[in-house]
Design a protein around this ligand. Structure first.
Ligand code: ADP
Length: 204
């Protein structure tokens, strides 16, 4: 059973300002009985079982975190994406769905690509699609036995999803999945800046 948010206040305060470094990332808070870690840094430096990519439907690379992951991981990730586009995903990956590839030079076994919704005001299914990104990615992690998985803040960059609105959607989707599944044991939410992590923590 996941703890309710309020009872996580103590552990959040305990970690407080005394940030720890792990996996090349700064730890800002530990929630859900240690199973959800809020961190700050470059997700391409994460060392664990998998990172999630905020991809676009074409799967052939883009800007933001997508570009960073392909640059750091090298051409093997793009080669896997091209194979997917030539076989099972001829029309691309729809928003809310996820698919895994190899991870090239990254310090993880797999990259899980998911396509977030573009923000169109919030009444076009955006929250459901964003939740589905987290749930679909976690389902792949569970089925492949990937125990430590790091997510970026999907859709909150170029796709324009307001950070304070994305926060409770991401948190609820992760909490609900973890309450039903032992794997992954630990999920990292990796924000690019302390300010972004602050917005997430304040919005819970
Ligand atoms: P989207 O198209 O889904 O909005 P973006 O890549 O534009 O995807 O942005 C998603 C989030 O990833 C943004 O909050 C952005 O600040 C963050 N981001 C960009 N590069 C990195 C990185 N190297 N590590 C972690 N987060 C990153």
């Amino acid at each position: 059973m996941a703890k309710p948010v309020d009872s996580d206040m103590a552990s959040r305060m305990a970690s407080g300002m005394a940030s720890r470094m792990a996996s090349g990332l700064k730890i800002r808070a530990t929630l859900l009985e240690g199973r959800l870690i809020v961190a700050v840094g470059d997700i391409t430096r994460f060392s664990g079982d998998a990172i999630v990519n905020a991809a676009n439907s074409g799967l052939l690379g883009g800007g933001g975190v997508d570009g960073a992951i392909h640059r750091a991981g090298g051409p093997a990730i793009l080669a896997d994406c091209r194979t997917l586009r030539a076989t099972t995903l001829k029309d691309g990956l729809p928003p809310g769905h996820a698919v895994a590839t190899g991870a090239g030079h990254l310090s993880v076994k797999r990259v899980i690509h998911t396509v977030g919704p573009v923000w169109h005001g919030g009444s076009h299914g955006e929250p459901e699609l964003l939740a589905s990104c987290y749930t679909s990615s976690l389902a792949i992690a569970a089925s492949e036995g990937l125990d430590t998985v790091a997510f970026p803040a999907i859709s909150t960059g170029v796709y324009g999803y307001p950070r304070e609105k994305a926060a409770p959607v991401a948190f609820s989707a992760i909490r609900d999945f973890l309450s039903d599944h032992p794997t992954p044991s630990t999920v990292y939410l990796v924000f690019f800046s302390d300010a972004d992590a602050d917005v997430f923590l304040a919005a819970l």
